[in-house]
Design a protein. Structure first.
Length: 654
């Protein structure tokens, strides 16, 4: 009997899992997406005539998994094509065929939207009835949300708009003026401090090396100089980012302590009072649940809350954070919206600051909204000059300007005349030349790492430094090994496959003669892959395995990590979540700096070939960028932007 044959006049619900299975086979939907949509369609007693509505429900369930806040009915075909979990010609053909079946013309999308709006599963934006509140999805224009993500977005927009309208005018006292003068702030940094003093909500954005943390420290110095009893909270989305924030504030505290001004010793001490931590720790995450101790009903007990690396914060987490910050407190968001967004749903920093950043970088008029005056954009990098090759290339990538990027690279294209390092040369030298004597540079080797020439390039650029790390580690010189670890890093978009981190970690182990029998072999660099509070280590921290040699000449293996006291040695038995790190993913590199980065470009058809990923990789370099990949891969990485479906910018800026 057919599954749709009426029984006593009742038409049974289709087998929605089977109906949607081709979308799973093509790598567009996951099994969870299928079962969520099937369950909801069955509960709502949808029929075969509702097929397109059920597909929309499944795609909306999928959206947050791919970083979207919602499903944009107008662009779903393009975004879904780029975000599949499967690769290969057959998967691509199947994917394209299914996506071609989606409505794409304006008239068809409008009809699709009308059908979705009529579904008993969907509430319309603005409907405050009890019936609407019980529906699992919300339609706002052409955006289809899971109810909870629509609520997160509305919460964040409401907080941002309301807080940015709370404005006062703070006259700087002569002492505060003197403090800022002595801290040597630029004009744009002083403007950012003024906004932070005048407003309960402010945003400081800028690329690497533009002095964001120094600006934050100056703001805190003025606030604490005025009121030493202020309760300050410093937080970041990851333990690694929080640790880097603490290091930067410590450096700024030392600067304050050196100023020729009465009382700066106490002021410097006050700057160090606030311990940077993760946002989850700040909010009091309750282990084993998705809830936090601090909420709107139990707000944070702080007068000033500063969040670093906000580009990595997801929409749900920002919603919960803003709920927990009292209306009377200041909150400052800091970050670089050009970098990779959160691995979870949302691109909150870009949505909040994007229009002001676009105006500042293009010279266009500033948008006329109240929030405009809450956003400060720092443009001048002190890591590398904006007119340097790296600065110009990074700006071109961020703008998606292929011609400008190629103009920078044209003189720096390196053809594959590869010569291997002379193993006998420079044997007495143990350090590279001083980097301040090097020109800041970017070079491009237009060869895929699927070819021997591409592999040889990576080897030539990175192996010499890896050998020096190994040799220092084997001799027990932990400080030298850790210093060398920051010289060169291979960065990849992928974890696995021929372009991925796993391949290059195996390859470097082979080149270096490091055995595969144990993780803890002297000379192998390691990365912590999970926060380790017991050892005061964070996800992303780098260390190196060394041979510790005692006074009697006996050797024992230890893992060296940098610390505020210099070097910390830990027994391998104390470490669980670590991986080799001759190469690392670009995602993991966020918040880190290296003298030279060797960027293995992903293939042109990879969903990870995006300008945000390339910009993040390039801006990890202090001195040299080496790009390895085909012209097609480079162009795809510059022209393809990560577009996350969201209505947050429209809610804030309309």
């Amino acid at each position: 009997m057919s599954s749709t044959t009426p029984i006593h006049g009742v038409v049974p619900s289709p087998d929605w899992v089977a109906t949607l299975q081709p979308w799973r086979d093509a790598g567009i939907l996951s099994s969870a997406d299928l079962h969520i949509a099937a369950r909801l369609a069955t509960l709502a007693e949808l029929t075969a005539d509702d097929h397109d509505v059920v597909v929309a429900v499944a795609l909306a369930a999928r959206a947050p998994r791919n970083g979207h806040v919602c499903l944009d009915l107008r662009t779903v075909a393009q975004s879904a094509l780029a975000e599949s979990d499967l690769f290969g010609a057959e998967a691509l053909a199947n994917r394209q065929q299914l996506l071609d079946s989606l409505p794409v013309s304006i008239e068809a999308v409008d009809a699709w939207r009308t059908a979705i709006a009529a579904s008993p599963l969907v509430a319309l934006e603005g409907d405050t009835s009890a019936d609407a509140a019980s529906r699992p999805l919300v339609l706002h224009g052409y955006l289809l949300y899971l109810q909870r993500y629509r609520d997160y977005e509305a919460q964040v927009a409401d907080h941002v708009v309301r807080r940015s309208q709370a404005v006062g005018v703070t006259e700087l006292a002569p002492r505060a003026e003197q403090l800022l003068e002595l801290m040597q702030l630029s004009t744009e940094q002083r403007a950012a401090v003024s906004r932070g003093l005048d407003r309960s909500f402010s945003v400081i954005v800028g690329g690497p090396g533009t002095g964001k943390t120094h600006t934050v420290a100056a703001l805190l110095a003025v606030l604490l100089d005025r009121d030493p009893m202020l309760r300050i909270a410093l937080a970041a989305p990851t333990g690694k980012a929080a640790a880097r924030m603490g290091e930067a504030i410590g450096t700024a505290s030392a600067v304050v302590r050196s100023l020729d001004l009465a009382g700066v010793a106490d002021l410097a001490d006050h700057l160090l009072d606030a311990e940077p931590r993760t946002i989850h720790r700040l909010l009091g995450w309750m282990s084993g649940s998705a809830t936090f101790r601090h909420t709107a009903e139990n707000p944070l007990p702080h007068d000033v809350v500063i969040i670093d690396e906000t580009s990595m914060v997801s929409l749900p987490l920002l919603a919960k954070l803003l709920d927990a910050v009292p209306a009377t407190s200041r909150i400052v968001l800091v970050g670089d919206p050009g970098q990779l967004a959160s691995v979870e749903a949302g691109s909150v920093l870009g949505d909040i600051a994007g229009p002001v950043v676009a105006a500042a970088t293009t010279g266009a008029p500033l948008p006329g909204a109240a929030i405009t005056e809450s956003v400060s954009v720092l443009l001048e990098s002190r890591r590398f000059p904006s007119e340097s090759p790296v600065g110009r290339f990074a700006a071109a990538v961020r703008a998606g300007d292929v011609d400008a990027a190629l103009e920078v690279l044209q003189p720096a294209i390196v053809e594959p005349a590869i010569t291997q390092p002379d193993a006998t040369a420079d044997q007495e030298s143990t350090t590279e030349p001083a980097f301040d004597a090097w020109e800041v540079s970017v070079s491009w080797h237009p060869h895929s790492v699927l070819e021997s020439s591409g592999v040889a390039i990576v080897k030539e650029e990175a192996l010499r430094c890896a050998e020096r790390v190994r040799d220092a580690a084997r001799s027990g010189d932990a400080p030298a090994a850790l210093d060398l670890l920051a010289n060169v890093r291979v960065l990849c978009a992928h974890r696995n496959g021929p372009f991925g981190v796993a391949r290059w970690n195996r390859q470097f182990d082979q080149w270096l003669g490091l055995g595969a029998t144990s993780m803890f072999v002297a000379g192998r660099p390691l990365m912590v892959t999970r926060n380790d509070p017991a050892n005061d280590l964070f996800n992303g921290d780098l260390g190196v395995v060394i041979d510790e040699i005692d006074d009697s000449g006996a050797r024992q293996v230890r893992v060296a990590f940098p610390s505020s006291e210099g070097v910390r040695l830990l027994s391998p038995a104390r470490l669980e979540e670590v991986d080799p790190v001759h190469a690392m993913t670009i995602h993991k590199s966020q918040g880190s700096e290296f003298d030279t980065v060797v960027v293995v470009l992903p293939p042109a058809d990879s969903p990870l070939a995006t300008r945000e990923l390339l910009y993040t990789a390039v801006t990890r370099a202090r001195h040299r960028v080496v790009l390895v990949g085909s012209a097609e891969a480079l162009v795809a990485s510059i022209t393809t932007g990560v577009v996350r479906a969201s209505g947050l910018a429209a809610r804030i800026w309309s």
